[in-house]
Design a protein around this ligand. Structure first.
Ligand code: ADP
Length: 478
């Protein structure tokens, strides 16, 4: 494995999971092994003490008997220790002066100094248990030293010892079994950890492989969900939803680009053809003037469209900033009513002089002016001579409803849901005559939604249209 691959391997989650798995197993083994070891040792020490105490009880009967002679004692001890026992006990009996009276062959604690302290303590009336290490013996002795009084004065000092070999062998067995078991468990935990990590991460590897193959040209490709309802399944579904949204945006961007090129190509082609025709022969000054005037109005329309597109791309990228300020909505609508009355009069359209209630709202006045200008402009554009337009304003507490109603050509039901789409014009030839770009209502919708409001149209063909704009009085609270 090259050093680059090794570093990559060490960074993989599979490796990290295996390592954690191994460390946890080792921690558990270490803890439980140590616990077992010391617990067993403690138990065995207690067992040894119990064995010694049982023996002591037996001997005390003879030792405390006033009539018993040294011979009686010897034979009692010989009887006690003659039995072929698994646990070999040894004994030493000292007189009050510390001189040995009786000692069994297997009493190995010859080093009296070791038991000196115990003897002193025993004289003070204590039963003293000690673990004593003896030279050339691998295992310790458990030794009880006890003073035996008769008629209020010290008579004997009894020492019973137990060589711990058979008991400690049990601990050693445990130790050697653990030493065999631990490496096996370590190997098994590495294999188990690796297997589990690979198994649980393999669906993620599938996701990685599939997503690596997704490019702009195959954005319709989706990950295959596992339907297991687990985190990986949720991840696949989330990525699929995200791909869906990205695909949607791609389609919209592609559609938008082709719409923009189409919309700009027509007036540019008209400009080119018109200019070529005029230049094909000598023209009068009047004809050149007509051409330039036509060109100017086409350029004006294109300029309007380009600024509309810029506005839309700003709101698409989320960089449109609202300059919220409190202002009087009725004043704004009255101002627009007066402005558009001049234009409407040229078409003999009457803008009704409705009394509007005083309403203050928080909003971006310039952007909202644009919304209502667009709606009034459309109302005039799509209303024939002799029609009328009315503006109403209703205070609903937290929000305000503005309605702009006309008696114009109306919008068919099938077109009503599309009029807020970009470049949509119910009748494009007519709209082009009126200078429409099909972007106005889309811009209105964006601005209203930026204010957390809502815009909708209610209309019937040939019966006029009503555009309803609902705005919260304070968008920051909505
Ligand atoms: P345009 O620049 O064409 O007016 P808009 O986005 O403002 O673009 O409007 C889109 C289309 O919605 C218009 O072309 C027209 O077909 C329809 N429309 C908008 N307002 C009205 C109205 N008041 N009456 C009838 N049709 C309307």
């Amino acid at each position: 494995m090259s050093s680059k691959n090794r570093i990559r391997f060490l960074k993989t989650i599979s490796f990290k999971i295996t390592l954690w798995y191994l460390l946890s197993v080792m921690g558990i083994l270490l803890f439980s092994g140590t616990f077992l070891y010391f617990r067993l040792q403690h138990k065995l020490d207690k067992k040894a003490d119990q064995l010694i105490m049982d023996e002591e009880e037996e001997l005390l009967l003879t030792l405390l008997d006033k009539d018993s002679t040294l011979n009686d004692l010897n034979s009692a001890i010989a009887l006690e220790f003659s039995e072929d026992r698994y646990y070999k006990l040894s004994i030493r009996l000292l007189d009050a002066g510390g001189k040995t009276i009786i000692v069994s062959d297997n009493f190995s604690v010859q080093d009296l100094e070791t038991s000196e302290i115990a003897v002193t303590k025993a004289k003070g009336g204590e039963s003293v248990f000690q673990s004593v290490r003896v030279r050339e013996r691998k295992y310790p002795f458990r030794l009880l030293t006890k003073a035996i009084d008769q008629d209020g004065s010290l008579k004997y000092i009894l020492q019973i010892g137990l060589y711990m070999k058979p008991l400690y062998k049990t601990i050693e067995n445990l130790k050697s079994n653990l030493l065999i078991l631990i490496p096996i468990l370590i190997v098994l935990s590495i294999a188990g950890g690796w297997f589990l990590a690979r198994r649980s991460l393999s669906p993620i590897e599938n996701i990685t492989r599939t997503t690596q193959k997704i490019t702009a040209s195959n954005l319709n490709k989706r990950l295959v969900p596992t339907h297991t309802g687990d985190e990986v399944d949720e991840l696949a579904n989330t990525i699929n939803l995200m791909l869906g949204r990205i695909e949607d945006s791609f389609v919209r961007i592609a559609q938008f680009t082709s719409d923009v090129s189409h919309e700009l190509r027509t007036p540019v082609a008209a400009l080119k053809t018109g200019t070529e025709v005029i230049l094909s022969k000598e023209r009068t000054a009047e004809e050149y003037r007509d051409l330039l005037e036509n060109n100017l109005s086409a350029l004006e329309r294109m300029t309007r469209m380009i600024s509309d597109l810029l506005e839309l791309s700003r709101s698409d990228s989320g960089t449109s900033i609202l300059h919220l300020k409190s202002f009087s909505l009725d004043n704004l609508l009255n101002e627009l009513q007066n402005k558009f009355r001049l234009i409407s009069e040229t078409k003999n359209i009457n803008i009704l002089n409705n009394e509007l209630p005083d309403i203050q709202i928080e909003g971006d006045k310039n952007l909202l002016r644009r919304v209502f200008s667009n709606l009034l402009d459309n109302a005039i554009k799509f209303t024939s001579h002799g029609g009328s337009i009315s503006i109403s304003l209703v205070d609903r507490g937290n929000d305000v409803v503005t309605c702009i109603k006309d008696t114009g050509i109306g919008i068919s039901e099938e077109h009503q849901e599309k009029i807020f789409d970009r470049f949509f014009r119910a009748d494009s030839s007519r709209s082009r005559d009126t200078g429409g770009t099909g972007l106005g209502l889309n811009i209105c919708k964006n601005i209203v939604e930026l204010h957390k409001g809502n815009i909708q149209a209610k209309s019937k063909t040939a019966a006029g249209s009503t555009f309803e704009v609902i705005l919260p009085k304070n968008p920051t609270n909505s």
